[in-house]
Design a protein around this ligand. Structure first.
Ligand SMILES: CC(C)(COP(=O)(O)OP(=O)(O)OC[C@H]1O[C@@H](n2cnc3c(N)ncnc32)[C@H](O)[C@@H]1OP(=O)(O)O)[C@@H](O)C(=O)NCCC(=O)NCCS
Length: 210
């Protein structure tokens, strides 16, 4: 039986381990424990954020974090120090394909090159939305239904807080996560550079103006 509760500071050390196992090979996991801890902690401290922890037999086995769209400027600012330390203490990150891609696209922007076009021309819906920023289940727990239980809690809380829609991004090749999103009723409405953007409209009146 999976129980979803608000994420608490005492859960963080185990939840960080869950993240490192679930996102093995991803850039943010390659930045190390301290960075992931600082990343997750932000969602405990910001009023526009929400954070859930899934427990099984009294132990954290998964987490979900989200925040009101527009959250990233503040998160990036708060993570700057941890990010610099993480890069300096994990120099292998310079060869990580996601890191190289990020640097290239930032350089292109600095050099005034055009942003790559999204393949579907999609306008953000009107009204205030909330982003599902991260979700993970412990890959070694052997328990099914962790992701679904976290998703259910997220959707209920987003609705309760009055958001009009939810949004997330996922790598196109992440078929398992996409399965969870599609089963939960999310629709892929945009795509750019191998990243898919999924949306779920919480209120009938929330539509994009296309
Ligand atoms: C995505 C993730 C959170 C799903 O959690 P989970 O506990 O495995 O999910 P559930 O057991 O509730 O399964 C929900 C759905 O996910 C998909 N899914 C889960 N495990 C799967 C597997 N091994 N193979 C294929 N699809 C799978 C299915 O669509 C499943 O629905 P179903 O049971 O009706 O077939 C988990 O796989 C994970 O942590 N992945 C790594 C981190 C990640 O990629 N996060 C998302 C980044 S955007």
């Amino acid at each position: 039986m999976v129980e979803v509760l608000a994420l608490q500071k005492k859960d963080l050390p185990i939840v960080v381990d869950v993240h490192l196992k679930a996102f093995k090979g991803y850039m943010n996991a390659a930045l190390g424990k301290q960075y992931v801890y600082a990343f997750l902690q932000w969602f405990l401290e910001d009023a526009r954020a929400l954070a859930f922890c899934a427990h099984h037999a009294g132990r954290p086995v998964g987490y979900l974090v989200g925040a009101q769209l527009g959250y990233d400027a503040d998160l990036n600012k708060k993570l700057l120090g941890s990010g610099v330390i993480a890069i300096l203490t994990h120099p292998a990150i310079f060869f990580h394909p996601q890191f190289v891609r990020n640097i290239k696209s930032r350089l292109n922007l600095l050099l005034g090159k055009k942003k790559p076009q999204t393949s579907i021309q999609f306008k953000e819906p009107e009204g205030v939305g909330i982003s599902l920023v991260g979700i993970a289940a412990d890959p070694h727990s052997g328990i099914k239904g962790v992701g679904s239980a976290l998703m259910k809690a997220f959707m209920a809380e987003a609705k309760k807080r009055g958001y009009r829609y939810t949004r997330l991004s996922v790598y196109e090749e992440n078929k398992i996560a996409r399965g969870l999103y599609e089963k939960s009723g999310w629709k892929c409405l945009n795509k750019a550079n191998g990243v898919l953007y999924y949306y779920y409209f919480l209120d009938e009146g929330a539509t994009n103006s296309n």
